[in-house]
Ligand binder design. Structure first.
Ligand SMILES: *Cc1c(COP(=O)(O)O)cnc(C)c1O
Length: 273
């Protein structure tokens, strides 16, 4: 058995990621077996924020293709290095590696300022944090312009729902915390209608982060009800983006179709950002 000395740091990291990715996939499969027969297994999005592009490259070799980022500056730098998944001219191969040809989709999962819509349109396949009409307008404009230039595909949009019982009153300066942000539950169907009508945008469904002080089971049950209300009007908007490292089991039990998992695959991030 090779010890740490026998293998270079890159090899160690690859082995580490192989193990953690397999463990997360095993958790997903195990809970997914409780679901009704025929229900597809949820898709795993590896949230790669704060981790280097080299880790993403290793994860692509291990078969991951969907990556989540929550800050435009960091995400656009990684997309510049690794590509955006549809425009091969943007992809720069560092080691003459075939991994740049593997499937790659960037998911934007953080709070998004309208002035970043143009930048995000250059690399994101999906935005999970659509939470207000002004953002829908700016994303639609930016995607339309990008489609003229590059023929990029439509942007998949998830309406982020604030499940905090005190929803609708985001504290000032709360932009970095993942449990903040999101539309009030009562605003979700109207916002979904705006996305559905917007050129270049495709309504995927809903997204939420379970509020810190509440039971994730209860939070994801409410998200499932909100998803059902959206589906009544938009039967194609079947996606539910829910579940992180510590609550992916609960999310799957309540119908999550997209899981956003960071630390259980990539390890701890710095607590402060
Ligand atoms: C960071 C983040 C995640 C991943 O969280 P982990 O606890 O590391 O799995 C998921 N969703 C959003 C919106 C995030 O910001």
């Amino acid at each position: 058995m090779p010890g740490p000395e026998a293998a270079g740091p890159g090899t160690d990291r690859l082995a580490q990621l192989r193990e953690s990715l397999a463990a997360v996939r095993a958790r997903i499969s195990s809970v997914s077996r409780e679901r009704p027969a025929g229900a597809p297994e949820p898709e795993l999005i590896v949230v790669s924020k704060f981790h280097p592009a080299s880790d993403i490259r290793l994860l692509m070799e291990l078969g991951a293709g969907d990556f989540g980022e929550n800050r435009d500056q960091e995400a656009s730098a990684k997309a510049f290095e690794l590509g955006n998944g549809w425009n091969h001219r943007r992809q720069r191969s560092v080691h003459d590696s075939s991994s740049t040809q593997l499937p790659l989709r960037w998911h934007f999962v953080g709070q998004l300022q309208t002035n970043k819509a143009k930048s995000v349109a250059a690399y994101a396949a999906a935005v999970h944090s659509v939470d207000r009409p002004a953002l829908v307008r700016e994303l639609s404009k930016a995607i339309a312009a990008e489609q003229e230039r590059t023929g990029r595909p439509d942007l998949l949009c998830f309406i982020q729902v604030n499940l905090d019982p005190a929803a609708g009153h985001p504290a000032p300066g709360s932009a970095g915390a993942p449990h903040r942000g999101g539309a009030h539950p009562h605003e979700v169907v109207d916002l979904a209608a705006l996305v559905d009508a917007a050129p270049g945008l495709v309504l995927a469904g809903v997204m939420a982060v379970a509020p810190q002080a509440t039971d994730p089971d209860e939070a994801f049950a409410r998200l499932a009800q909100i998803s059902a209300a959206v589906l009544e009007r938009f039967p194609d908007a079947t996606s539910i983006s829910a579940g992180m490292s510590h609550d992916l089991e609960q999310a799957i039990r309540h119908g999550a179709t997209h899981l956003r998992v960071g630390s259980d695959v990539l390890g701890a991030r710095p607590a402060l950002r």
